[in-house]
Structures are given as structure tokens and as C-alpha cells.
Design a protein around this ligand. Structure first.
Ligand code: GLP
Length: 265
């Protein structure tokens, strides 16, 4: 795992989008794992802008979202399908048939989860997975106690997550209490993982996720076992990290980041 700290959330989102764009330029039929949440809106805005200004090409890209609420039809404005259409898919040249989200309306949810895993495998696995972190330390909707080897399945949401996400629903009580989510084990199979974490509210959970012990109570800690995970954070979210000096050094000196340092400064 490596940690890259940027001065503010705009620059952190810009860097995340640039890394995704570079993967896409290198592999046109990239299998991209996508996340939702307020943090990601800035990344998607950046990708849309790169598509419009530089012709960033999504025509052969396949995408798999991490999760979807149970019981919300795709057309519901609160569904993650609507979120993805609104923030990304409607504004780029992606073939919507190549964009996958678990179907939270499926009659047989277990079978839906099995098929989702199968579809990921048939596409050759996820090349690059984008992640955010929820206030419980969840990745996807892997709430506390999620097995570190878990696969795509139905998960009951905690009160903390309901409090975090229900303000996005109108009325807030409409937020479903269950979701389908890729498992921690599913996520860890991605070849590369980029985690974007911004804002002071995430400072405590980010420090625990990066520098704390691995535990199923905080599913993001499982990323410590992944060989190619980069956490990109802003200063606010990085506030409680103990080894910040080392992380600043990585950004300033690692050759991997040289090209990005030049374009972002
Ligand atoms: C939801 C999603 C997560 C996301 C989290 C963070 O719970 N299931 O994948 O990381 O929100 O949301 P935000 O970016 O709004 O803080």
C-alpha cells in the first residue's frame, strides 16, 4: 500500500482521474471497477471533462460497480445506476451494455450475486478498482464483520451508514437498509486499487484503515494485504496519519508519480 497526500480535494480527485485515464489509454478494453458516493462526483466530473476536451475514449471499456441498494429499481433517482448515468455514463462514449451494477431488484438475490461474480471473471477480472471509504471503514458496502474473504452478497447496512447516506434520499426514510455488494475478497482480486478519501470527517477512519491492525470490523484495513493499492487523500483526511512525512516523500520522489507531479503543480 502507498499513501499520496494532495493539498486539497480538487487536486486529489484530479490525480485520481488522471491515473484512471492513463490506465484507459494503455488498455482500451480496461475492466474498471467503479464506486459511488459524494467523493467520486469530482472524479467523474474530471473524466467527463477529459472525454470532452481530449477525446478520452471509453468505447471499449467495461465497468463493474461495487454495489447497489436492494429494492430500488434502476430508474429510481436514488439508485446507484441512476447515480452512474447522471455523473458519468450519460456524458461519455461508453456502451451502456458494458456497464454492470448488481441488480437489487432481482427475484433471486443470491443468484444475482453469483452471476455478478461470474460476469467479472468472464471479462477477465477487474484491472483497476476505484474505491471510497465510508464512515464505518466500509469499502463497497462491506460493513463491520464482513469476512475478509467475502464475495458478492447481500449485506445489512449499519446505522452509521444509514445516517451518512440517508440525507441523499428524499425522504431520508426511503433509504433501503440492505444492499448487494462485491465482497472484500472480490475487491482484493483487482489488479490495481485506487482509494480516494477526502474531508476531515474521514480523518479518523483513514488513519485506522492505513496504520491500524487488519480487522473485519474495518473492511478497508484488508487493503493492507493487497500488493498494488494507492490511497489518494487530501490534507484534511490525512490529518490523523502518523507517518505523513514518509507519504509526502513518496509523492515528491517516487518515479511513478513524476509525470503527475509536473501536471498537477
Ligand atoms: C457509499 C458507497 C461506498 C462509498 C461511501 C462513501 O456508502 N457504498 O462505496 O465509498 O458511500 O461515500 P461518500 O463519498 O459520500 O463519503
Amino acid at each position: 500500500m502507498e499513501v499520496i497526500i494532495q493539498p486539497n480535494k480538487k487536486m486529489a480527485a484530479e490525480l485520481t482521474a488522471k491515473v484512471i485515464a492513463d490506465h484507459l489509454r494503455l488498455k482500451h478494453d480496461l475492466v474498471l471497477g467503479l464506486a459511488t458516493g459524494r467523493t467520486m462526483e469530482h472524479v467523474y466530473a474530471e473524466l467527463v471533462s477529459m472525454h470532452k476536451s481530449e477525446g478520452l475514449d471509453f468505447s471499449s471499456c467495461r465497468t463493474f460497480n461495487l454495489d447497489e441498494y436492494v429494492g430500488l429499481p434502476a430508474e429510481d433517482p436514488h439508485s446507484y445506476r441512476s447515480y452512474m448515468n447522471h455523473h458519468l455514463f450519460d456524458h461519455i462514449n461508453i456502451d451502456v451494455r458494458n456497464t454492470y451494477l448488481p441488480n437489487g431488484m432481482a427475484e433471486d438475490l443470491k443468484e444475482e450475486c453469483r452471476l455478478y461474480e461470474k460476469r467479472i471473471k468472464e471479462c477477465g477480472g477487474i484491472d483497476l478498482q476505484l474505491l471510497g471509504i465510508g464512515e464505518t471503514g466500509h469499502i463497497g458496502f462491506n460493513e463491520p464483520l464482513s469476512a475478509l474473504y467475502s464475495r458478492t452478497r447481500q449485506k445489512a447496512l449499519t446505522q452509521v451508514t444509514i445516517d451518512q447516506n440517508s440525507p441523499l434520499f428524499d425522504p431520508p426514510e426511503k433509504m433501503p437498509r440492505r444492499a448487494l455488494t462485491m465482497g472484500v475478497g472480490t475487491i482484493l482480486e483487482a489488479s490495481r486499487i485506487i482509494v480516494l478519501v477526502t474531508g476531515e470527517k474521514k480523518a479518523g477512519i483513514l488513519a485506522k484503515s492505513v496504520e491500524g491492525p487488519i480487522t473485519s470490523m474495518i473492511s478497508a484495513t484488508a487493503l493492507q494485504t493487497h500488493p498494488a493499492t494507492t490511497i489518494i487523500s487530501d490534507e484534511e483526511a490525512a490529518a490523523k496519519l502518523e507517518n505523513k512525512d514518509y507519504y509526502y516523500w513518496l509523492w515528491e520522489n517516487e518515479p511513478e508519480w513524476e509525470a503527475y507531479r509536473k501536471t498537477l503543480s
